[in-house]
Design a protein around this ligand. Structure first.
Ligand SMILES: Cc1ncc(COP(=O)(O)O)c(C=O)c1O
Length: 416
């Protein structure tokens, strides 16, 4: 095995184990990434030298991108880029403060109105990332005598948000409505103003399945429970012209809190929570990840407004994304590939072996296709997969070529 970077560093600086602090020793003992690097299989932090498009440049050559969350391909849309540049010219590059104090710009407020209208809610509140939106929402709403009931496969930001809450946290089996009902049934009636909140992703980011928001809303009503849907991946993809998972089920009025992010279809970074005016006022004055963190940079706010302009102009991007999705799904099915139950532009190609998932993504990169392996602990070892993510800006020949290459690589390592 080759020597790792840490070994070289130790030798150069003439360090031995006794010179290291406990913290440094602990870091030193974390060797798994280096083991994959030594085998030439390490698939993370891969460097891209161009914009996040359907085709990117890596190590000076063109690579087809099937690992992006830019579902509508708007990060390099000329109007989005122009809006970001204009915002920098007008406002500069940062806000140097929290929304609560000196960091609220007129474009933050404009963006909040636009987002509220987009998801059919009274009001919205913009955070600096989607992750922070969840960190702001859950601990603020779920206090000491309250209960959050979450899908066991919720995104890490939901899990971490529950860890910040002083309330009770319960989990139900992934997208399993019987399991959810069992949890709800065992809970006491809301006493002394305590509340219960069901939290789940709308569209699950790794396996592409959609939360049963209709059944969740029914159960919520039956057991006097509130609902929060984190629609990071559903906004721009599902619902009427990309209005999201809740809209897809026609339940805009039933779900109290919708969380979204700008880092997927909305071409930037940042996040939001939408709900009633009262709820947004409550979050504005209590959500610590909002109050104690600087606000969204002006270029990001302007990019999202421009992205919304494009989506609302109904220029066919959402339809093209779905056309690509149906085409890809049909091809995978014809080839007999194991793609689970995905109903969306996120298609899991099950490899069911961590090392093979790494090997196949390496082979594919050599053949000019970028695709992310998803392994333990993100999924169980027997569920490891390649996450094939479609964009509206992929062409059908590009999709076909990628699928042929994935199939050929799978054959090469004995999966097909
Ligand atoms: C469901 C979900 N929620 C929240 C986030 C965090 O979003 P952001 O990248 O804006 O921090 C992600 C990002 O992957 C996500 O998938």
């Amino acid at each position: 095995m080759q020597r790792g970077v840490a070994d070289c560093f130790k030798q150069q600086h003439k360090l031995n184990d006794d010179d290291m602090s406990d913290l440094e020793k602990r870091a030193e003992n974390f060797t798994q990434p280096q083991e994959y690097k030594d085998q030439g299989l390490y698939p993370f932090f891969r460097v891209i030298e161009s914009g996040q498009d359907a085709e990117v440049q890596m190590a000076g050559r063109k690579v087809s991108m099937f690992g992006s969350n830019s579902y509508l391909g708007l990060t390099s849309h000329p109007k989005v880029k122009e809006a970001a540049i204009a915002a920098i010219k007008k406002y500069g590059t940062g806000t140097a403060g929290s929304r609560f104090l000196n960091g609220t710009l007129d474009i933050h407020v404009e963006l909040e109105h636009r987002l509220a209208r987009f998801v059919n809610k009274e009001a919205a509140l913009v955070f600096s990332t989607g992750f922070q939106s969840n960190l702001g929402a859950v601990p603020t709403v779920v206090g000491r005598n309250d209960t959050a009931i979450i899908d066991e496969q919720s995104h890490a930001s939901i899990i971490d948000a529950t860890r910040l809450s002083f309330g009770r946290i319960l989990k139900y089996r992934h997208n399993d409505m019987e399991s959810l009902e069992k949890v709800l049934k065992n809970l006491d009636e809301n006493k002394n103003g305590s509340l219960k909140l069901i939290v789940t992703d709308g569209l699950f980011s790794m396996e592409g399945d959609v939360a049963h928001v209709d059944k969740i809303a029914q159960l919520a009503k039956k057991y006097n429970t509130s609902v929060m849907i984190d629609d990071a991946h559903g906004i721009g993809v599902l619902g009427d012209n990309g209005k999201g998972t809740v809209n897809h089920f026609g339940l805009d009025g039933e779900v109290e809190m919708i969380v979204g992010t700008f880092s997927k279809s909305l071409a930037s970074i940042g996040g939001f929570i939408a709900g009633s005016k009262g709820l947004i006022n409550y979050l504005q004055h209590n959500a610590r990840s909002l109050i104690f963190s600087a606000s969204l940079p002006p270029a990001s706010a302007a990019s999202v407004i421009a992205a919304l302009d494009i989506i609302e102009s109904k220029n066919g991007l959402v339809e093209k994304l779905w056309e690509n999705t149906h085409h890809a799904k049909k091809r995978f099915t014809e080839l007999g590939m194991d793609i689970g139950d995905s109903e969306t532009p996120i298609i899991p190609i099950y490899i069911r072996d961590n090392t093979k998932a790494f090997i196949i993504s390496k082979i594919l990169l050599e053949k000019g296709v970028f695709i992310n392996p998803v392994i333990t602990p993100a999924v169980r070892p027997e569920d490891s997969l390649l996450r094939f993510a479609l964009m509206a800006t992929h062409s059908i020949p590009q999709i076909d070529e990628a699928i042929d290459k994935i199939y050929a690589a799978g054959k090469e390592i004995g999966i097909y």
